[in-house]
Ligand binder design. Structure first.
Ligand code: GRG
Length: 289
């Protein structure tokens, strides 16, 4: 079947549950400081895809769990995700998120960082309320690994020696870890045992990794001009995406040298040549595969 159809069918299964999650999210955004609610609602109501809550709901449903705790934990993973987005947009000095101005653009960096801290700590309040040590362990471990992944990504900026393993290590931490935790929590909620917990975690990890690989090159789709713009932005920022790594592996010595210098300097003077190497080596198709 068409994968888009399958996705739509899966999401239709949990449409009512997702409304419950949105109620929990709205209810748990309360704060005596108006700016907290304002910034938090600004980002949370901007239309995120709620992928991590969806994964938790679908997986726990498939394992036969029907308790209300799934709504709380789905809200927790969305709060953690949103906190990381607020911080990430400050780190990257991004101006657009979810089709509108980032919170840092609208409210400034300090408010973004601090409301990210609020969402993160609200998530931890809610996770402690579960009184379940395994749940707390999984979420504390995941957020720790996410932060480490971001630091490693910072270190990898403009690093032309980054290989596929190094690239994957970062995305497994910064992105896939929260997908992994969401699926793992489903198995914990359902009391499905350690084997199923491991299987769910592995599934979440694989899904999150594939998701980030595609997310990294989504803007490269479209015509050559669009790809040039996105690749140019990534090169200037020192982001070493998988197509660049594959093009480095597959290119001739001269091509490799050109790519190395462009990645290290972030200069886009040779952008046309870079695009041609990516095209000739089939690096984009290899990434999608
Ligand atoms: C607050 C614990 C903590 C850490 C901060 C900055 C940082 C450390 C982590 C950032 C991690 C990050 C931004 C990973 C990328 C995740 C990603 C693919 C975001 C886009 O996800 P979507 O497409 O977003 O699911 P929507 O908008 O749909 O929710």
């Amino acid at each position: 079947a068409d994968p888009n159809f399958r996705t739509a069918a899966a999401l239709a299964l949990i449409a009512d549950d997702m409304r419950e999650v949105d109620h929990v999210i709205a209810a748990r955004l309360h704060s005596s400081v108006p700016l907290v609610g304002q910034v938090a609602r600004y980002i949370i109501s901007a239309g995120g895809k709620r992928l991590r809550p969806a994964l938790l709901l679908l997986a726990s449903g498939a394992l036969g769990y029907r308790g209300r705790q799934r709504y709380n934990l789905a809200a927790v993973v969305e709060f953690i995700h949103t906190a990381t987005l607020l911080h990430d947009d400050v780190v990257d000095e991004s101006v657009l998120r979810r089709g509108r101005a980032t919170a840092n653009e609208s409210f400034g960096n300090p408010a973004s960082v601090l409301v990210g801290d609020f969402l993160y700590s609200r998530a931890f309040q809610m996770m402690v309320e579960t009184d379940d040590m395994r749940v707390m362990q999984v979420l504390a471990d995941a957020t720790n690994v996410i932060a480490e992944g971001e630091v490693q990504q910072l270190i990898n900026t403009h690093d032309a020696s980054l290989d596929e393993a190094g690239y994957l290590e970062v995305i497994r931490s910064k992105t896939a870890k929260l997908f992994e935790a969401s699926a793992r929590l489903a198995a914990i909620l359902a009391g499905s045992g350690t084997e199923m917990e491991r299987a769910c975690a592995e599934y979440g990890q694989a899904l999150g990794t594939a998701f980030q690989v595609i997310d990294d090159v989504l803007d490269y789709d479209g015509d050559a001009q669009e790809m040039g713009k996105s690749l140019g932005d990534d090169l200037r920022e020192g982001k070493v995406t998988l197509p660049l790594i594959i093009a480095m592996e597959r290119g001739s010595e001269a091509e490799r040298q050109l790519l190395r210098s462009v990645i290290e300097t972030g200069s886009t003077g040779e952008l046309g040549a870079v695009l041609e190497i990516v095209r000739r080596t089939g690096a984009l198709d290899a990434t999608r595969e």
